[in-house]
Design a binder for this molecule. Structure first.
Ligand code: ATP
Ligand code: MG
Length: 277
């Protein structure tokens, strides 16, 4: 007979960031399983406490913030300018992204009142800045933002209601270089995070149409390029490329973690460690 974890045990192991080997263990009897659970849980609790000590005594900053900082350094070194824009955006700017009433993303938006919402993406603000920067700077214009975005999601281990997006963009590059540039930018980010063996996969996005996703087991980022059908709304005619990454998902894959919740803004986890240990 082969006995596996009960669903409660499985959930607890996932919360504690058990490895795949731990999560897939099989046993001869219920008794052997329950004994093993005690042992594995104890090991994970000890490991979690060790990580919390390391946070207090050495690192002092959560992995999410450290990764943000590494990305900021890598991108600014490559000539990208960081921008910080409002998290409260207008209904009109979302509509300019084609996100209005019957759009799939519309129902995922957190509304503050009938004109304003919490941004579900960074793109509308970056489009707005492009327009002015085109007048003020020469091309190519390289800007990026790292900031919180908000979406009502039906949960699961890959989705947060508030997550951190990195959106990097380059506007005004030669049209025939877009594809290569996207590959370079994806590799810049992935190298900085320390994730190897990722893939670029063609998919279709509800906002941008056909896009190239950065994937390693899960979707880590989605790219788009212009001239794009949305550009008209923003008065943009130059070629561009852009990629949006979820920082918590990057961390999750980097650290081999089981759920994105442990990596994000949280009161139940601190730096990936479940606090009820
Ligand atoms: P998915 O299909 O996985 O829901 P998406 O295609 O809707 O993601 P995008 O709009 O492409 O997401 O956003 C860019 C990136 O932001 C995604 O590749 C992902 O890494 C991250 N992301 C999007 N939504 C969430 C979320 N709710 N929680 C955490 N990360 C997210
Ligand atoms: Mg996507």
């Amino acid at each position: 007979m082969s006995v596996t974890w009960t669903s409660i045990q499985k959930q607890r192991l996932q919360e504690l960031n058990a490895s795949e080997t731990q999560r897939e263990m099989c046993f001869e009897s219920h008794q052997a399983r329950d004994r093993a659970f005690q042992e594995q849980e104890h090991l994970l609790v000890v490991e979690g406490k060790k990580r919390l000590m390391e946070l207090r005594d050495i690192k002092r900053r959560p992995a999410l913030s450290l990764l943000e900082q590494q990305l900021i350094e890598a991108l600014t070194q490559q000539g990208f300018v960081q921008v910080v824009t409002p998290t409260i955006i207008s209904k009109a700017s979302l509509a300019k992204m084609s996100v209005s009433d019957d759009h799939p993303l519309f129902s995922q938006v957190f509304w503050l009142d009938n004109k304003r919402c919490l941004r579900p993406m960074l793109a509308p603000n970056l489009y707005t800045l492009w327009k002015d920067l085109l007048r003020l700077w020469e091309k190519p214009i390289r800007i990026f933002e790292i900031g919180t975005c908000y979406r009502k999601e039906s949960k699961g281990s890959l989705h947060l209601n508030e997550f951190t997006m990195l959106n990097l963009t380059e506007l005004g590059l030669p049209k025939d270089q877009r594809h290569q540039r996207l590959e370079e930018l994806a590799s810049l980010v992935m190298d900085t995070v320390g994730i190897t063996d990722y893939q670029l996969e063609s998919t279709s996005s509800v906002v941008y149409g056909d896009t190239l996703d950065v994937v390693k087991g899960i979707e880590l980022g989605s790219s788009a390029m212009g001239p794009h059908i949305l550009d008209d709304q923003w008065g943009i005619i130059d070629s561009w490329v852009g990629i949006g990454f979820g920082i918590e998902r990057l961390l999750m894959v980097k650290e081999g973690s089981q759920n994105v919740q442990s990596m994000g803004r949280s009161l139940t986890y601190l730096n990936g460690v479940r606090l009820n240990i």
